[in-house]
Design a protein around this ligand. Structure first.
Ligand code: PLP
Length: 457
């Protein structure tokens, strides 16, 4: 299986050719799913006793299977949160795989972890957190949020014997990402939602806390603010929330999985003021820091608290605490033991391009949102639901119902032209179905936006 032979060399060249083709053109058809039965009929049995051979399997991938995936980095993929990994990062993702590095402990992965930490220092510097703050790369925002909530809960339990047997409670707003509720379930803590999809203000948080019963107040240990809501790019009142958390002795977590990339952008940096007062922060490099999937990050003001919550014990692990292995062990600060050095592609890309290029690329996403906003104002058939925020634009097609948005989405997707999906926006007591753009890819053009808007005529 591992012997080097001519076939392997040919296969390597094929893979390289495919990779180069894939990362040098992203603007052809966008790709769409097929039913599993359809795919099975196309490719037949692939996992067999004798194997079907690499060339065969790769051809099936190229001919059929790869087309059943959406290219998330396509310039007209503006749904959910798109991606746009740099070519440098993609190439180094291959190097990361080929290098077989165990990224849990310094003893085994010192070189890779060193590079990750260089990239992490830059990310931490964007937050303005005080000296001593640091973080680790995770599989994504969900894992980062989970790691932070566990740290906060363990810290709260350590403060008072009374908290040991209590179920914890956290407060966030309905604008928070679905992963907060999902991870609260994993940790078995309750979530109280402040009923606003708009900016969560310190005052609304204080009012919510004031309305708690004495027992709820005892169980409350953390507040989750959002630094760029996934739906609309809204940044909560981080300064106001920090002030309340400080006064009430609550853990202050900022989920900036999507928006965190914009910390580098001078035009919007002020909107994040207060983030430097957080106890923990989530940022996804695979969203707006141009990393390939998957790469999230969790950052702590006091990493030693995360270590108390997450460091794993086991006789087979004692060797890692040996003198010769001293260094930073990423496993101690999040939920995973064995881990890919998934910050390595980001490091290579940052080293290749420099951080100024990151600033320009993020600013372009924000600029595209503003350009789209102006176009929407100029057309008669569409109108803005709210002003663009970060790189999100919510707008409506006048006269359309939910079903019209849905049909339009599938029509564009089936043609391989674009993927733009509807969402809901809550104003007052009603949820309205609207259309949404989220820009990440700096290669999306004004013509792309125009063509998409005109397909709604
Ligand atoms: C995307 C997102 C998440 C989840 O991150 P994954 O990397 O998909 O796990 C969490 N919070 C926010 C605000 C997000 O936008």
């Amino acid at each position: 299986m591992h012997k080097i032979d001519i076939d392997l060399i040919e296969m390597t060249l094929d893979v390289m050719k495919y990779t180069i083709d894939r990362i040098s053109k992203t603007d052809d058809v966008i790709g769409k799913p097929q039913k599993a039965e359809t795919l099975k009929a196309l490719v037949g049995d692939t996992v067999t006793k004798e194997g079907i051979g690499g060339e065969n399997a790769f051809n099936l991938w190229k001919k059929h299977l790869m087309h059943a995936n959406v290219k998330i980095d396509h310039p007209r993929h503006l749904a959910f949160v798109p991606a746009s990994p740099t070519r440098a990062a993609v190439m180094f993702d291959l190097v990361t795989s080929a290098s077989s590095i165990h990224g849990a402990y310094w003893m085994e992965g010192a070189g890779g972890i060193f590079c990750e930490n260089e990239a992490m220092k830059w990310i931490v510097s964007l937050t303005g957190l005080p000296q001593g703050a640091f973080g680790v790369f995770t599989s994504g925002g969900t894992a980062a949020n989970l790691s932070a909530i566990v740290t906060a809960r363990e810290y709260w339990r350590s403060l008072d014997q009374k908290n040991q047997n209590e179920k914890g409670l956290i407060i966030t707003s309905i604008g928070a990402h679905s992963s907060i509720k999902a991870m609260a379930k994993v940790v078995d803590v309750d979530v109280l939602l402040v009923d606003t999809e708009d900016k969560l203000q310190g005052e609304a948080l204080q009012n919510t806390i004031n309305s708690l019963t004495a027992h709820q107040r005892q169980r409350l240990f953390a507040v989750v603010a959002t630094g760029g809501t996934t739906n609309a790019g809204i940044i909560d009142d981080l300064n106001g929330i920090a002030k309340v958390c400080n006064k009430e002795h609550l853990w202050f977590h900022v989920d900036a999985a999507y928006g965190g990339g914009a910390l580098v952008a001078d035009s919007v940096r002020h909107l994040f003021n207060g983030i430097e007062r957080a106890d923990s922060i989530t940022i996804d490099p695979h969203k707006w820091m141009f990393s390939p999937y998957d790469c999230g990050a969790v950052i702590y003001k006091q990493p030693e608290l995360a270590k108390k919550a997450h460091a794993q014990e086991g006789s087979y692990l004692d060797i890692f605490k040996d003198e010769g292995a001293h260094g930073f062990n990423p496993t101690d600060y999040q939920i995973q033991l064995t881990r890919r050095v998934r910050g390595l592609p980001l490091w290579f890309s940052l080293a290749t391009h420099g951080t100024d290029r990151y600033k320009q690329a993020v600013e372009r996403g924000i600029e595209l949102a503003n350009i789209a906003g102006k176009m929407i104002e100029d057309y008669k058939h569409v109108e803005l639901v709210r002003d663009p925020s970060l790189s999100c634009v919510l707008y409506r097609r006048k006269g359309w119902q939910a079903e019209d948005y849905r049909n339009w989405t599938f029509d564009n997707h089936n043609k391989g032209f674009a993927l733009v999906t509807p969402t809901k926006w809550k104003s007052g007591d009603t949820f309205e179905t609207v259309s949404r753009f989220c820009f990440i890819n700096p290669d999306t053009s004004e013509e792309d936006i125009k063509a998409i808007l005109e397909s709604m005529l």
